[in-house]
Structures are given as structure tokens and as C-alpha cells.
Design a binder for this molecule. Structure first.
Ligand code: SF4
Length: 359
């Protein structure tokens, strides 16, 4: 399998250029074509000689794979399906190093959410997920592998709205902090002057709280943070989120409280509301105690029913009461509008499957 160019730094691309018999400065040209012009093929790099492009293509893949399916919601949300080849070993950042037996072909999804003048891409970082949250379709399918840096960045380039994207959230399939090295490199490319040139303020990483890599993220990146909290009571959270056993939410919040979120960087908490499970005033009060002293926002999310799962979403009236109770404690709290539910693109619904055809 050929090595992919997407994700490489200009310094690494200098060596790529030399390998293809091109002058070293062609490395910078390749970076510009990939990250500024966001071309979809090596052949579009027209200031590189035809022979040079042919040699490059012989040795490398650009890494942009066209989507194999796209569904459009009635609210304008678009869900793209991509084929990916995953390395099952987490250490295989570049799967050129993997044995064929260590590779698996799978599908992942990216969701483009339009909102006034914003277009946000919800990006996947893994195919499937190891974390096993009970309410999540991605978690149900188990783990197929980490996405390479190229597979993460290709989601930004292969879609129709590539040139119009304003923001991104690492909130698609997978736990981004469980694929930290590749996600970190993707963020580096997105924010570097030689890369996409995005401000870190345009990027949010969402995690269930994998503490060791969360600490690295907070130290090494300036992007926003979203934490999937869902229940402040430890035993109840554990019943839905196995991660609670390894990384209790109290410790996650304790770590976050050591950082400053009063300036440019923001932290928010995702709280999916399940009727009769986490929507009582006892939960609102426990949330307040847990988050006290932290400048943050809580997003209350309607739960989208999935098969073989007992809970329904909390009724609107209960969500409103829950929100008001948190607001009375001075916590900024919003009920987040659901997007793309009709195409199974909303939170917890991504499964990486073709749309079933109507019979
Ligand atoms: Fe994985 Fe996130 Fe789903 Fe949990 S909610 S199983 S961490 S994708």
C-alpha cells in the first residue's frame, strides 16, 4: 500500500519531493496544493512537471478518497460515507508500515451541518469505537481501527463544501483521544500557517474523558473542548459509559479545572437527556456541585431512539425544567437543536452504513 501525502509537514514533503526526483522546494508546492488549494488529485498540482507528477503518483497516494454515498437531510445537513482502510494496531500511525493482515476495510461518516453563515464539519477519528457507550450506534459496532491522518483530513477536502467550511468538531465516529497522535497531527495541519491556516477557535474536540491524552490535548492544543458527561452520579454514569471505571468523571473535571477557560478557549459539556435516567433535579444539583467554579456551558441534547435500547428522550417540559434549574445556579445551559435526525446523522446515530434502499 502506497504512503499517503495528506498530513505530511512541508519538511517531510521536502523528502517526498527528493524521492520523486523533484527539487526540494517542490515539497512546499505540494503542501500548498494540498492544504491551501485542497486539490483532490496529484495531477491537479500543475506547477509540478508532468513527469514529476507521474513519479509522485507512482510512489504516493494523495489520500483524498471520494465519498461513496451522501444523504441530505430536510434541514440541509449532509452525511457523507467514506471507505477507509484501518490499521487495527493503535501504534500504526502510517499504515504503510502495517502487514496486510493488520488492515481492515471499513466505512466512516462525516456530517456537514449548515447554520446561517457557518458550515461545520463533524469529523470521524476512528472506524467504530472501543468505548462501548450503550446509547451510541458507533459504540455498538465495536472497533475497526484508527483513522490515519490522511483519512481524517480527507473528510475536509473530499466533500462538496470543502471551500466553505468554517468550523469543525471532532465529534463523529470514534473517541478522538483514543487516536491521539493522528488527531494531533490533523489539528496541527488544520491550524498551521503552512496548512489550512484555521484559528484554533474554529475547532472543538469532543471526548468522554480519556485522562492521559486529555491532559496532552489541554497542554498541546489551544482548541475548544467538549466533554460527554451525560450523568453526574458515578454509578449511573458507569451503567451507560464503561469509561467511568477507568477515568471517573470527577477526576476528568478535576483535571479540566486546572486550566483556564475564561479567555479564548472554551469548555462545554454534552448532556444527552434520557427520560427517567438522568433528568431529575437530583441530577441537576449533582451537576452543579461537580462543575462549580468552572466557566463552562452545558448542552442538553435530545436522545434519538436506537434499536434495543430501553430509554426514550426526556419530554420537552422536563428538559426545560432541567435547564431552568441549572440556569438558576448561574450555569449557561442550552437545549441543542437536533440536526440531521431523518438521515441518522444526529449525535450517537453514526453507524457507517449505506442507507437502506426502499423496497
Ligand atoms: Fe465511542 Fe463516543 Fe460512541 Fe462513546 S459516544 S461509544 S466514545 S463514539
Amino acid at each position: 500500500m502506497k504512503e499517503k501525502l495528506l498530513g505530511k509537514t512541508p519538511e517531510e514533503l521536502k523528502q517526498v519531493a527528493l524521492n520523486a526526483g523533484l527539487p526540494a522546494f517542490a515539497g512546499k508546492q505540494i503542501a500548498r496544493w494540498m492544504y491551501v488549494s485542497r486539490v483532490k488529485s496529484i495531477d491537479e498540482m500543475t506547477n509540478i512537471s508532468k513527469a514529476g507528477r507521474e513519479k509522485l503518483s507512482e510512489l504516493y497516494d494523495l489520500g483524498v478518497i471520494p465519498p461513496m454515498d451522501c444523504q441530505i437531510s430536510k434541514d440541509g445537513t449532509k452525511k457523507y460515507l467514506f471507505p477507509v482502510t484501518c490499521a487495527r494496531r493503535a501504534s500504526l500511525g502510517a499504515y504503510a508500515n502495517a502487514l496486510p493482515s493488520e488492515l481492515e476495510t471499513a466505512a466512516i461518516e462525516a456530517v456537514m451541518i449548515p447554520d446561517d453563515d457557518r458550515k461545520t464539519l463533524c469529523v470521524s477519528s476512528q472506524s467504530g469505537c472501543k468505548m462501548g457507550c450503550k446509547f451510541c450506534m458507533t459504540g455498538r459496532q465495536g472497533f475497526h481501527g484508527n483513522l490515519s491522518v490522511a483519512d481524517i483530513l480527507a473528510q475536509f477536502i473530499a466533500i462538496d463544501e470543502a471551500s466553505e467550511l468554517t468550523n469543525c468538531v471532532f465529534m463523529g465516529m470514534g473517541e478522538p483521544l483514543d487516536n491521539w497522535e493522528n488527531v494531533k497531527r490533523a489539528i496541527e495541519v488544520l491550524t498551521a500557517d503552512w496548512g489550512f491556516g484555521w484559528s484554533p477557535k474554529r475547532i472543538t474536540l469532543s471526548t468522554i474523558g480519556v485522562i492521559p491524552n486529555l491532559e496532552k490535548y489541554l497542554n498541546e492544543c489551544k482548541c475548544h473542548l467538549a466533554v460527554s458527561l451525560h450523568n453526574p452520579i458515578p454509578e449511573e454514569r458507569l451503567s451507560m459509559m464503561p469509561v467511568q471505571a477507568a477515568y471517573p468523571i470527577r477526576d476528568v473535571i478535576g483535571l479540566i479545572k486546572q486550566y483556564d477557560f475564561s479567555g479564548q478557549r472554551r469548555v462545554s459539556f454534552e448532556y444527552t437527556m434520557f427520560s427517567g435516567f438522568n433528568d431529575d433535579k437530583v441530577h441537576a444539583d449533582a451537576l452543579y456541585r461537580l462543575l462549580k467554579g468552572l466557566e463552562c456551558r452545558i448542552n442538553l441534547i435530545r436522545f434519538h431512539k436506537i434499536p434495543d435500547f430501553d430509554y426514550d428522550t426526556s419530554p420537552d417540559g422536563i428538559m426545560e425544567m432541567f435547564k431552568n434549574r441549572l440556569s438558576s445556579y448561574g450555569i449557561t445551559c442550552t437545549i441543542r437543536a437536533s440536526r440531521g435526525e431523518d438521515i441518522l446523522a444526529a449525535c450517537g446515530m453514526l453507524a457507517g452504513q449505506h442507507k437502506e434502499k426502499d423496497s
